[in-house]
Design a protein around this ligand. Structure first.
Ligand code: ATP
Ligand code: MG
Length: 307
């Protein structure tokens, strides 16, 4: 039985300043199992980075519960948090200024987190990681001599240096070209095949269509989830497919603990709802949501069925 790697329940994050309060997460529920590769999508400002930073231990939740790798992020002391960030999670950003040391070599950069944690066989491990991201031949280059895409690949190796249980990536392909984005995505899928649990925020429509599980955040909550259709599972590396156009995933709405469901925006528009009331009825085991205007008709149909 796979363990839960991430379990967020009713997660809330409020950013307070003197004048304003921003509700960045408003009761987010998400469970990610060990070994899953999950993508998070959502509009700008919907709370994706807030959520990822919280899982990464960079920010504290305001309310709710958050368990990662069996550890409770809400009750952790500062000391435990330092160890958690070092050993449980690895983080890759869109621009990796934060975890790259420009004047050290690629190899020294990858060995650095291992030096801090006191790991053994640092050099072998670092070279192995660089091979995995296709950067072993540049191990003696200084970071500031590399292209953005190359730096990004090294950043992945650095994030994996202490063998984290969970790899987090916030728009890791946001500032690289299409080929590099594909390469980076392939690195993630290979890692995942090897058992690595990965959570990745992306704006890239084509890439999100290749992920087995994609969750969408709307207004600080998970609003829907897409799951890759079986027919595409073995075709992810095919380059002759226009991934943007393909309908690769089945879309599901999410029912929260209080029974709330978000109606997808396009369906809501089609309903031509006036006001905010809907009729909810059950028919043949299906819940039907209809506008009040349609009710007599719907009721007639239900009556007819009964006869
Ligand atoms: N440190 C902060 N202080 C105050 N407000 C913040 C802070 N960080 C984020 N916010 C606000 O919280 C909300 C969610 O921001 P977040 O960065 O999580 O969005 P996002 O989904 O990652 O967006 P993007 O796709 O643009 O990166 C936004 O309204 C943002 O302005
Ligand atoms: Mg963001």
């Amino acid at each position: 039985m796979p363990e839960n790697m991430i379990q967020a329940e009713g997660l809330v994050k409020i950013y307070k300043s003197k004048e304003t309060e921003v509700l960045a997460l408003q009761g987010l529920d998400l469970t990610v199992e060990e070994g899953e590769l999950t993508a998070i999508i959502g509009n700008s400002g919907s709370g994706k980075s807030t959520f990822l930073n919280m899982i990464g231990g960079l920010d504290r939740p305001s309310a709710g519960s958050l368990m990662v790798g069996g550890k409770n992020l809400f009750t952790m002391t500062e000391k435990q948090l330092v160890l958690y960030k070092r050993n449980t999670v690895g983080f890759v950003w869109q621009n990796n200024g934060r975890n790259l040391l420009p004047f050290l070599t690629v190899l020294e950069n990858v060995m650095m987190p291992m030096s801090i944690s006191g790991a053994k066989k640092k050099r072998e491990k670092a070279i192995q990681l660089l091979e995995m991201v296709g950067m072993a031949s540049k191990k003696r280059s200084r970071m500031n001599m590399l292209s953005g895409g190359e730096q990004q690949r090294v950043a992945i190796a650095i994030a994996l240096a202490n063998s984290p249980k969970l790899l987090l990536a916030d728009e890791p392909t946001g500032s690289v070209d299409v080929n590099t984005a594909n390469y980076i995505f392939d690195v993630f899928t290979e890692l995942n095949k090897g058992g690595q649990t990965i959570l990745i925020v992306t704006h890239d429509v084509a890439l999100s269509k290749k992920v087995r599980r994609v969750v969408a955040i709307r207004d600080g909550k998970i609003s829907s989830e897409r799951v890759l259709k079986e027919a595409y599972a073995d075709r992810l590396k095919e380059t002759n497919i226009d991934w943007r156009q393909e309908d690769t995933q089945e879309e599901y709405s999410i029912v929260d603990k209080a029974g709330r469901v978000q109606i997808p925006a396009d369906l809501l528009q089609e309903m031509k709802l006036k006001g905010n009331k809907v009729r909810v009825a059950i028919e043949d085991g299906k819940v039907i949501i209809s506008t009040p205007e349609q009710t007599p008709q719907a009721e007639k149909e239900i009556e007819n069925k009964k006869k």
